[in-house]
Ligand binder design. Sequence first.
Ligand code: BES
Ligand code: MN
Ligand code: ZN
Length: 496
Amino acid sequence: MTTYTLRKGSADKVRTDLVVIGVATGKGKTLVPGPGGEPVAAAYGRGFAPLLAALGFTGGFGEVAKVPTAGPLNAGQLLVVGLGPQDALTTEKVRRAAGVAARSIGNVASVAVALPAVDAAHVRAVVDGFSAGLYQYRGLKSGPKPTAVADVVVLSDVARRADAAAALERATLVGGLADQVRDWVNTPPNVLVPLQFAAELKKATAKSGVDYELVTAAQLKKLGCGGILGVGQGSENPPCLVKLTWTPPEPQGSVALVGKGITFDSGGLTIKPAGGMGTMKSDMAGAAAVAGAIQAVAALEIPVSVTAYLPLAENMVGGASMRPGDVLTMHSGKTVEVLNTDAEGRLVLADALTMAVRDEPDVIIDVATLTGACVVALGDRIAGLFGDDEIVAEVEAAAASSGELFWHLPIPEEQRRTVRTESKVADLQQHVWVRWGSALYAAAFLEQFAEGVPWAHLDIAGPSYNAGGPWGHVPTGGTGFALSTLVELIASRAKA
Ligand code: BES
Ligand code: MN
Ligand code: ZN
């Protein structure tokens, strides 16, 4: 467990194992200490720039140099992180630099972070980034667990301001929940089967103020949830749905969250190529992010009612698997012609969206690792954002402070029409065998189940899982994407 405290103090005086500062580049490639780093540069005097230069440090963004201080500072070690050009420094760069720093601290017990924490938003970015950078999934490895840094002190001139203290508190809380989200996403798919995920959710929400309710496969059958049952029927591990509820004493409105929880996506009979299946334990990242968000909202006692619907299923190949050509009767009563069993996310989400609609919330947000096409369009660092213009704008505003990247994509009228009119055997057509724009088609399908309730759909297939090496504050594997934006969005609804 790492504890974070916010303190006013000088980076040269602070007693700690390691102190972190940022160094930017100024005119003529000179090295300029970032806000918070000045006292360190002053303590070294004229020797500072030559010292860093001797270590090959040029101030480029994300560069690091580590110095045993031996004298000028009270800290045992100095870690310098490159901030890039001084005049191009942004909050997001501070978040990423903090992540880089966290990954470079080595084996120390205490750290003081003197990165640019000039206001509450920057304090939050420092803590967000540092906490994400420290994340490591240990998995099922045997042997002793590495000890995490115990104390992180964030040095800031605005430490005594209430908004800065609140920013630290929120960032620490959300950071801890992001670790939980990442752990769930990273858990092997033979371990995190639907009912096991449900058990984890029950454990996580116990004593959190969030109510937990399990809807079993038998109950889903009674409720006519043909989408969830159809997707889950090929697996030995039965599907289920978890409903989480946060009810504040005096609610200022209501938000329904829906998260895709496919614990493994083989594609089903429309089986995936081997190369595309390897990361499909992460196909429950939407459900994980939503579960994290509702816990954060409860812990922060945000006065907005939140219900979260998490349809959990495993999309497998078996004698009982759903077939292309099957027609499912959904919870809404609508029938759906299945043409591709690998387009399973929209089927489980459809039933959950109907449940959400029945509660008559002010707004519905669904979060899903829905389409590879969205990753083709936007890459793996930007999520697709669909839905009603007002809700889309709210998500964009929330994302501006969380630092997560979304891009608004359209739902074309002709795809809506195809969803509604092209099936010869059912009310709705699940899929078209046209690759172009298939992220949009998926959104058009989901829209049918929002039934006019203000709605947004976040396709997080790209940024929810980092198959490559860590970068900035983003770890390898599950990233926790969307959690922070959801918390921000719900918090801003309380003020509205
Ligand atoms: N879970 C996948 C989407 C996905 C792909 C997530 C890559 C993360 C990384 C989803 O269920 C899926 O298989 N989608 C299909 C949709 C297609 C059949 C219309 C896809 O993207 O190929
Ligand atoms: Mn699929
Ligand atoms: Zn999937």
